[in-house]
Design a protein around this ligand. Structure first.
Ligand code: SER
Length: 318
């Protein structure tokens, strides 16, 4: 059975991808790694774990050797708004970690998954039905690191044969671990506010469309892409994938169907709004659908039912 290392296992994606991978490949075959160590709770108790600071190549190499790793999921990231506050940190994590993972993968023959993002696009990119192959001139350091990661990953595949694969994730909506410092975070925070009975102050302006996806579809996409038949992959780094495109009023009105008293006011955040305006309204993900069968299950309505249900239980209101 394949042995997998998840770097950034405690983050928004990692805290759910690690258990999902353990379900598929067996608990002993999936190593949860994070720079914050020791890991706590379910992640630590349900399988092997170790300390990996992704900006330190030796940490990654040691873990790969120790656990005989075949595949790495590199989830270390500083999200878009947070990276603007500290561009050097954004670069060191966004590019340093990818380059370290690529080098270790080359040396030890691992395959490598690294998420890219809608942030890899910029104001000059077509915003509607954003093509798979198009202009990528992002204006954020987060976007610059994502484009660099895509290019480096394709380079390592072509030059050294490293099996690199990646998706451009849209905003990810989840209920286990909160995202931090992202531009799409509002679409997670709005559910917490609604379920807690609080008024939500929306940092993104009315009418601002962005691509989004519910976490179960994101996890399936990451696993499916890494299992895809390589002979079918025309692209590698990275595939556009999306499940829905909405603006704040749409998610607000969907939540109100279940929580009629819920209130929201707009108070847009200049930094996040500027970033959101530079990103696609809706991507064309037909290449992912064609080359490896990407097909998300959740739309805004079904995600909202599930989010409210899960959060009510989590926050002790069910
Ligand atoms: N969710 C990320 C962010 O908002 C985008 O990939 O920064």
């Amino acid at each position: 059975m394949k042995k997998i290392l998840v770097i950034g296992a405690c983050g928004q994606i990692g805290s759910e991808l690690t258990p999902a991978l353990r379900n598929v490949y067996g608990t002993d075959n999936v190593v949860a790694a994070d720079c914050v160590y020791p890991l706590k709770g379910e992640l630590a108790e349900s399988g092997p774990s170790c300390k990996v600071d992704a900006t330190n190549a030796q940490d990654i190499a040691d873990a790969v050797k120790k656990y005989n790793i075949d595949a790495i999921y590199n989830l270390a990231a500083i999200l878009s708004a947070k990276a603007e506050a500290n561009p050097m940190l954004g670069w060191n994590v966004g590019v340093g970690a990818v380059l370290n993972c690529l080098e270790v993968s080359r040396e030890f023959g691992c395959s490598l998954f690294t998420p890219s993002s809608i942030g890899a696009f910029g104001p000059d990119t077509p915003h509607d039905m954003t093509p798979q192959d198009t202009i990528q001139r992002p204006k954020t350091i987060y976007g610059v690191t994502k484009v660099t990661g895509e290019l480096l990953s394709d380079y390592y595949f072509k030059r050294f044969g490293v099996d690199t694969r990646s998706v451009r994730f849209p905003g990810l909506i989840s209920n286990v671990t909160l995202p931090g410092g992202g531009t799409t975070d509002y679409a997670v925070e709005i559910y917490y506010a609604a379920v807690k009975g609080e008024k939500f102050v929306c940092p993104i302006a009315k009418g601002t469309f962005m691509d989004m996806m519910y976490m179960p579809d994101a996890l399936k996409a990451a696993i499916d892409l890494m299992e895809a038949d390589p002979s079918k992959l025309v692209h590698r780094n990275s595939f556009n994938i999306t499940a829905m495109s909405f603006e704040p009023d749409m998610i607000y009105n969907e939540i109100k169907k279940h929580i009629p008293d819920f209130q929201m006011e707009y108070k847009f955040d200049e930094l996040r709004q500027g970033i959101a305006d530079s990103w696609p309204n809706k991507m064309d993900d037909s290449c992912a659908r064609k080359e490896w069968g990407f097909s998300p299950k959740y739309d805004l309505a079904s995600m909202t039912v599930d989010m409210i249900d899960v959060l009510r239980k989590k926050l002790g209101q069910a």
